[in-house]
Design a protein around this ligand. Structure first.
Ligand SMILES: C[S@@+](CC[C@H](N)C(=O)[O-])C[C@H]1O[C@@H](n2cnc3c(N)ncnc32)[C@H](O)[C@@H]1O
Length: 236
């Protein structure tokens, strides 16, 4: 959990052509509660609002030919420049979502959440952004959420926000909940059960009903290890 930065509120900026996608997710459940309580802030910029084109054009065909459209530099750069002055020096990550970026992992989420205050997510669409944006904004890093291709960068950006927000104090009410989740200690989570104790003939493991906290902890550790060995031996 973050401690030293707890007094400074993190701020997530989204540059997107589809602001509704961002708002739809952030308007419910734990993220809505966290924003309403001021645990972090969100600003969503519609790239289309920044185009100089009379027809509100934001993309064009690729030089060299081929399928798809490419997001033009001008509206994207102007959108970024409209917030650039608000970004806290040395505490900002500018992230271009892209399947061709470095892969965002649990450790990335934790490290960024502990060291960064302002996040700017560039959400692409179609073939993605004009590559010159990476030169025009030298601090920008390409970042991927895995080896697959989605139609847009909104879901990847939201997935990253969500993963990082879990490390912001009070977003998840009980810190121990985050610390017991998969990856936190290098292993996958142990199995969870709730009432009733028997469902369709399947009983909850006896140890969980025993009230012996030592035995329960030992069982959970063993189950965690067993599952990791089976499903993700690469983590060990
Ligand atoms: C269809 S993709 C572009 C794919 C790109 N031409 C390529 O092959 O690398 C459109 C947008 O979706 C987002 N995107 C798709 N898959 C992603 C992933 N795995 N991680 C992060 N962003 C992704 C990016 O914003 C990207 O610009």
């Amino acid at each position: 959990m973050i401690s030293s930065l707890a007094s400074e509120t993190p701020h997530f900026y989204f540059l997107t052509l589809f602001p509704d996608v961002i708002h739809a997710y952030l308007n419910s459940s734990m993220m809505k509660r966290a924003i309403d309580k001021g645990f972090f802030k969100v600003t969503v910029l519609n790239i289309r609002d920044f185009t100089n084109s009379p027809h509100k054009k934001v993309d064009d065909t690729p030089y060299g030919g081929g399928a798809g459209m490419v997001l033009m530099c001008q509206p994207v750069l102007d959108a970024f420049r409209s917030i650039e002055g608000d970004l806290r020096q040395g505490r900002t990550k500018v992230l271009m979502t892209s399947p061709a970026g470095a892969v965002f992992q649990h450790e990335t989420a934790k490290h960024f959440a502990e060291t960064v205050l302002d996040f700017v997510f560039f959400c692409g669409h179609y073939e993605g952004f004009d590559a010159r944006l990476l030169e025009l904004i030298p601090q920008m890093q390409e970042i991927s959420i895995g080896d697959f291709v989605l139609t847009g960068g909104e879901l990847p950006a939201l997935a990253m926000l969500d993963a990082m927000a879990r490390f912001i104090p009070n977003v998840v009410k009980e810190a121990s909940s985050v610390e017991n989740d998969s990856f936190y200690n290098g292993l996958l989570d142990f199995p969870h059960y709730t009432k009733p104790a028997v469902y369709e003939g399947i009983a909850v493991p006896d140890v969980l009903l025993s009230g012996h906290h030592g035995a329960i902890d030992a069982w959970r550790s063993a189950e965690s290890l067993k599952k990791t060995q089976l499903v993700r031996p690469d983590l060990l």
